[in-house]
Structure formats: structure tokens, C-alpha cells
Write a protein that binds this ligand. Structure first.
Ligand SMILES: [Zn+2]
Length: 488
């Protein structure tokens, strides 16, 4: 047997073992213990539970693999602690930073189906029900299990195994509370979090059977258009024609920004042309039609783009809510005030500096005056170039493990705080989700699919193995492109 065959055989054995661990009673017990921790981060008073999750669930598991852990307070909250675990073989070696979150969304216990308890992991066919089973406890548990499998293959004592690279793990407990304090924490701990690659698992695959990579996320900017003419409403018969109607003005302002087909009219809120590598990646995405999903409207959105390009490679401007008068008890009156609650989802290549002034100036150039533009929440956009060498390495690794070519999303259509890793830490970011669109994350009846967790463990073990074999392909990618948003 040649050395090459031996190495390949070992790789296949490592990935197989990682997958079969997910089938073991030990894995179920481990995940059940984690799901049982009520780490709802939006509710006040769960700081001790979050701390216990890190101290009792994560620290011992990682200690056995040779990690040194420190649990830190959150710089912006008295709850929501963060953990940094380091496994440094040599300072001169490259480092991969892994990430996960131990907190969960409100469980809304009463809304789960009969027989299901969000805090008790329960098995039904391929489904593992429980709050956090998919988002994110199941996913980061799979990743440390896969790393442990690789380390145990390399040495009898996994703590002493030599990977040929360093591993740092960051676990936060405020992700569902908007990753409160994560940016400030990362900035304050840049040295300890310094790495050459960011690799994490969260969110859904594009479809259950499609291994998926995503490389960043669209940004999101929420803002209000407000027209406040006067306090109180005025009789529409006596005053109509004499008074400006704020609702009419706001309707015109909305239409000046986005037309009746959903096309963005204001040039400043449109992105520059997407790079060829982004369009090429989007063109390869499988066209998934999910059961129960609404039909795509063919005449909606930017003309000349496919629906997938509109979601992954372009901006969209949505009206989230309109506010004027009293729709449940309509008066014959001119409202004194009206507002539109808007949201721009944007890709890299959108310049939002001086956003409020530029939108107001544009509206004035269209003859629409008296509209205040108020920026609210903004998360920047990030996107690693799909042609980065690490993306090719990760995609090939998935092919080698599963025989399947992964779907590569240049960025999510949605928004995650990937800017903390891409911008604050300056890392190339690769996400390998182990859930699927029907997992009910953030809703009652959240579940993971054991088949995906199993395949996810195989994929991650393959990746940790391949990083050892070919570090140059994994650790030399340039950093991520970003669109800062409004700098708020
Ligand atoms: Zn979530």
C-alpha cells in the first residue's frame, strides 16, 4: 500500500467515525443536556444559565481536547458571557477560529405540539426536537465532536495530538439578542482571537439534501420616513385642499424610492454591479421549491436578474409597515402625521455614507419635501470572494467527503453579524450550516435532522483533516469585502 492510499483510507475512516458518533446514544445524551439549559438570551435573568452552559457543557469537553478556556464577562451586559478556548500548538502555525452560540430564542413552551417540550430533546424519526437543537447547540456540538474525532485519530490522548495548526473557539451567549457586546468584545480581544480563517456553522442549508457554504451576509438597514405636519387630525371636508396630507406625501416618498414593481429608483441605494465570481456562484445555486412556499412573482424586483440574483447578489428595498390615521376606525380627517417603516437589504458594493442626507436630497430633487429620513438599526454587509482559495478547498473537501458539490452562497440573503469576524477581526469567513429551511428555528417545534448532523460531522471532520494535509489552501485567503452601512 502506498502512503497516499493509507492517508485516504484514514480520511475516510475519520469522517465515517465522526458521522457514526452522531448516531450514538452518547451524542444524544450530550445534546439533550445542552438543550435542557434554558439559555434564552432575550429574557433578563438568564445570565447564570448562560454561564453554566459555558462552564459545565463546553469547558470540560474542550479541556479533554487540549483547549485552555476562559469565560469572560460581556462588555455590554451583566449577563451574556463569552468563552474563548485556545488550542495553541505553536504560535508560528496558522489558526482557525471556530464560533458558535450557546443561547436560544424564546421557547414559547405552550405553543409546541402536544408531547413536545422545548427543553427535552426528543426523537421522532429523523427529527431531534428541542430548543437550540438546530440553532445553534446541535451545530456547534457537531463541530467539536468532529474536531475531537480527528484529534483521537491522530493520538491516543487527543490533548496531545498534533494538527499542524492552532484552533481557537469563541462561544457567545447573546446571538439571539443581536450579538450584544460581540463587536466590542472582539475588538478588545483581537490578539486572542487573531486567526487566519473563520469557520462556523449556523443557520440552514439551501435545502436539506444540499451541503451548503455561505461566505457572508447581506447587510440590513432599517429606517423611517416621517412626515409630521401638525399635531392632531383635521376635518377632511373643512380642511382638505388647504392642508398638506402627510399620508399622501409619505406614499409619494415611498414610490419615489421604490416603484410599483419593487425596483429601487434611488441610485444611491442600488449596489455597484456584482462581480463575475459572485454571479457565477449564484448561477450554480440549485433552484429549490419548498413545500408550502409562496410562488415567486415573475414581474417583481430588479429587471434582468433571476430571482436568486435578486436575493443573493442585489439590494432590495421593502416597506415593512405604514403608519397614518387609524385603519380600524377610519375618521374623515387629514392625519397630522404619517410614517413608513422601511428596510434596505444590501450587498457589498453599496455606499451608505451620509445615508439620511442623500435620501432626503434625492426626495427633494423629486419635488417631495418635508420628509424626515431617520436611520435606525444597521448591520453591515460582508462577502468573501467565492474565488478565494479557501472556498475551493472547502468545496473540494465536501466533495471528497460526501460526493456532493456544495451550494455556495456568496452571502446569505438574510443578515448575521458576520462583520464582527470579517471586519473587526479581518478574517476570511466560511460558514457550513448543518440545518435546513424547515427546521422551525426561532419558532415552536424547532428540530434538527439527525441525517444532516451526521453528514455535518463527516464534513467537518473532513475539513479539519484536510487543513492538516494542505494548510496553504486553507489559511492564505484574503479577507472579506465589506459594505459598512451607515456606520451607526
Ligand atoms: Zn437564531
Amino acid at each position: 500500500m502506498t502512503t497516499e492510499t493509507t492517508t485516504q483510507d484514514t480520511r475516510a475512516e475519520v469522517t465515517r467515525q465522526a458521522g457514526s458518533h452522531v448516531r450514538s446514544p452518547e451524542f444524544l445524551a450530550l445534546l439533550a443536556a445542552r438543550v435542557a439549559r434554558r439559555t434564552e438570551s432575550q429574557a433578563p435573568g438568564n445570565g447564570a444559565e448562560a454561564r453554566a452552559y459555558l462552564d459545565e457543557e463546553i469547558v470540560p469537553e474542550l479541556a479533554a481536547l487540549g483547549f485552555t478556556s476562559t469565560v469572560h464577562p460581556n462588555p455590554e451586559s451583566s449577563e451574556h458571557p463569552l468563552l474563548i478556548a485556545s488550542r495553541i500548538e505553536d504560535e508560528s502555525l496558522p489558526t482557525v477560529l471556530l464560533y458558535g452560540h450557546g443561547d436560544v430564542q424564546f421557547a414559547h413552551d405552550a405553543q409546541w405540539d402536544a408531547g413536545l417540550d422545548p427543553w427535552v430533546l426528543s426523537e421522532d424519526g429523523d427529527r431531534l426536537y428541542g430548543r437550540g437543537s438546530a440553532d445553534n447547540k446541535g451545530q456547534h456540538t457537531v463541530n467539536s465532536l468532529a474536531l475531537g474525532t480527528v484529534l483521537r485519530t491522530l493520538a491516543a490522548d487527543p490533548a496531545r495530538a498534533e494538527l499542524g495548526y492552532n484552533v481557537t473557539i469563541l462561544i457567545e451567549t447573546a446571538e439571539e439578542a443581536g450579538s450584544l457586546g460581540l463587536g466590542a468584545f472582539a475588538a478588545a480581544h483581537r490578539e486572542e482571537l487573531n486567526a487566519d480563517l473563520f469557520l462556523a456553522s449556523d443557520g440552514p442549508r439551501i435545502a436539506a439534501e444540499e451541503p451548503t457554504l455561505f461566505l457572508g451576509s447581506r447587510g440590513a438597514l432599517n429606517f423611517r420616513l416621517v412626515c409630521h405636519e401638525r399635531n392632531g387630525d383635521h376635518h377632511s371636508g373643512n380642511w382638505g385642499g388647504k392642508l398638506r396630507n402627510p399620508a399622501t406625501v409619505i406614499a409619494a416618498a415611498v414610490n419615489a424610492l421604490v416603484d410599483a414593481h419593487g425596483v429601487i429608483r434611488i441610485p444611491d441605494l442600488r449596489p455597484s454591479d456584482p462581480p463575475a465570481s459572485v454571479l457565477a456562484a449564484v448561477a450554480e445555486l440549485p433552484d429549490i421549491v419548498e413545500d408550502g412556499a409562496p410562488a415567486v412573482d415573475p414581474d417583481w424586483g430588479e429587471p434582468g436578474l433571476t430571482p436568486a440574483e435578486r436575493v443573493f447578489a442585489f439590494n432590495v428595498l421593502e416597506v415593512l409597515a405604514l403608519d397614518a390615521g387609524n385603519p380600524s376606525q377610519v375618521n374623515n380627517a387629514i392625519p397630522g402625521r404619517a410614517a413608513a417603516h422601511m428596510q434596505l437589504r444590501f450587498v457589498v458594493g453599496t455606499d451608505l455614507s451620509d445615508f439620511e442626507t442623500r435620501v432626503r436630497t434625492y426626495l427633494e430633487s423629486q419635488g417631495i419635501t418635508g420628509v424626515e429620513v431617520v436611520a435606525e438599526h444597521c448591520v453591515p454587509a460582508t462577502r468573501l470572494d467565492p474565488e478565494a482559495s479557501v472556498v475551493a478547498a472547502a468545496a473540494q473537501s465536501i466533495v471528497d467527503t460526501t460526493g456532493l458539490k456544495p451550494a455556495i452562497e456568496p452571502n446569505l440573503g438574510g443578515t448575521i453579524p458576520n462583520d464582527v469576524f470579517a471586519e473587526v477581526l479581518g478574517l476570511p469567513t466560511v460558514w457550513v450550516p448543518h440545518s435546513y429551511p424547515g427546521c422551525n428555528q426561532h419558532a415552536p417545534n424547532e428540530h434538527a435532522l439527525r441525517s444532516i448532523l451526521e453528514q455535518g460531522a463527516e464534513i467537518m471532520a473532513g475539513m479539519f483533516w484536510d487543513m492538516k494535509q494542505n494548510p496553504d489552501a486553507w489559511f492564505t485567503s484574503k479577507t472579506v469585502d465589506t459594505a459598512e452601512g451607515i456606520g451607526a
